[in-house]
Design a protein around this ligand. Structure first.
Ligand SMILES: *Cc1c(COP(=O)(O)O)cnc(C)c1O
Length: 368
């Protein structure tokens, strides 16, 4: 079905990565078929979550896993789980957290805005975010100090482009939380290819998006220790009602994880690297353009294309290039978070060869 014609939508090529306002990712035909099959059936959702737990925990090398509506929901429900455990009365009372320990310690640089402020996910559970250190630097001593007053959880973030300030040693931060008897939760929404590493930090829960690079229907994965994963699932009878995963999403997640497990990762990495280096080689032939491969700063196993325009020689600056790409047909969208330094960034992971060629042709017309 051509949705663009039917609903009058703009035709886009998305080189902006797994970006929510642009539909995040495209599922494979197998994943779409699995989700479609679920839509036509009644299923016992608890059994489906049990099956998901088996598949997710094997995928991540963890004790247990569950599916939530998305990662934002996973953050709220993980904090709720830390506060209430599986106590039905406490679960029903949220977001009223009176009588519960409800301070959630986060390094200040991890209080990001990924479309909305992450602190709001914490507050939605009835908890209060407590920021440790300063945005530009959060020492382990600052985390220790914040944890020294009763806290219910420590929330940490791993992201390629949102985190500010010096990187935090996750293992050490997790250990500090554990020294105080507090669970550590890592939001690694776009880090699905590194989930094993994040679990290995000792974190109690790692949250990963299933609709970003795993390319399933919209869903969040909550992965970690059995007891707290159970407490996350229990929230679906409380504030989690509006954050529940759909049956088609859970089935789509299972299909997407199975697809990932069949992926030949070294070969995939090689193909991604080739795609980026070919693009960079082409772009460097245009006058006034400096193109580079940039490895993912958070450690996802692929690179992006970074283009810088010398406004005099290229006759256009980065902003004008972004505008021209956006205004054409199809509308080409790129990452704009580094425009202030005159750079635009393209993520090619989810693009077909044909789409990459269209982008190169359009840039060539603009810059050659
Ligand atoms: C994308 C993202 C989220 C939100 O994920 P959703 O599944 O869309 O709710 C949260 N945290 C980080 C770091 C992200 O990159």
């Amino acid at each position: 079905m051509n949705l663009r014609d039917r609903y009058g939508l703009t035709c886009i090529i998305n080189a902006a990565g797994s970006f929510t306002p642009l539909g995040v990712s495209r599922s494979s035909a197998d994943v779409a078929q699995a989700a479609a099959a679920a839509l036509g059936q009644f299923l016992v959702i608890d059994q489906l979550q049990d099956a998901a737990s088996v598949v997710i925990s094997r995928f991540a090398g963890a004790e247990a896993g569950a599916v939530t509506h998305c990662v934002a929901a996973g953050i709220t429900l993980s904090i709720a789980a830390a506060m209430t455990g599986t106590d039905a009365t406490r679960i029903a009372a949220l977001p009223n957290a009176s009588g519960l320990n409800h301070r959630v310690v986060m390094p200040a640089g991890h209080a990001v805005n990924y479309g909305h402020p992450i602190e709001q996910d914490v507050r939605l559970a009835g908890a209060i975010p407590v920021l440790a250190g300063a945005t530009e630097a959060c020492s382990m001593a600052a985390i220790q100090a914040a944890l020294a007053h009763a806290a219910t959880a420590c929330l940490l973030l791993v992201s390629s482009r949102l985190v500010r300030g010096n990187p935090i040693d996750l293992r050490q931060a997790v250990a500090e939380a554990h020294r105080r008897g507090v669970p550590a939760i890592i939001d690694g929404a776009a880090q699905d290819m590194r989930v094993g590493e994040l679990i290995a930090t000792g974190a109690d829960l790692v949250l990963v998006s299933a609709h970003k690079y795993l390319a399933s229907p919209t869903a969040g994965l909550v992965i970690g220790r059995r007891q707290i994963v159970e407490a996350v699932r229990a929230q679906h009878k409380g504030i989690g009602r509006g954050m529940k995963p759909t049956k088609e999403a859970i089935v789509g997640v299972l299909a997407a994880i199975e697809e990932r497990q069949r992926l030949d990762v070294p070969q995939w990495r090689q193909a991604q690297a080739q795609k980026v280096s070919d693009f960079v080689a082409r772009a460097n032939q245009w006058g006034g353009i400096e193109a580079r491969c940039e490895v993912d700063p958070a450690g996802m196993p692929f690179a992006r294309v970074c283009l810088k325009a010398d406004a005099k020689r290229a006759r256009v600056d980065a902003r004008a290039i972004v505008h021209a790409l956006k205004s054409g047909t199809p509308s080409i969208r790129v990452m704009e978070h580094r425009l202030a330094e005159g750079a635009l960034v393209l993520e090619l992971v989810q693009l077909s060869e044909n789409e990459v060629q269209i982008i190169l042709r359009r840039l060539g017309e603009l810059l050659d």
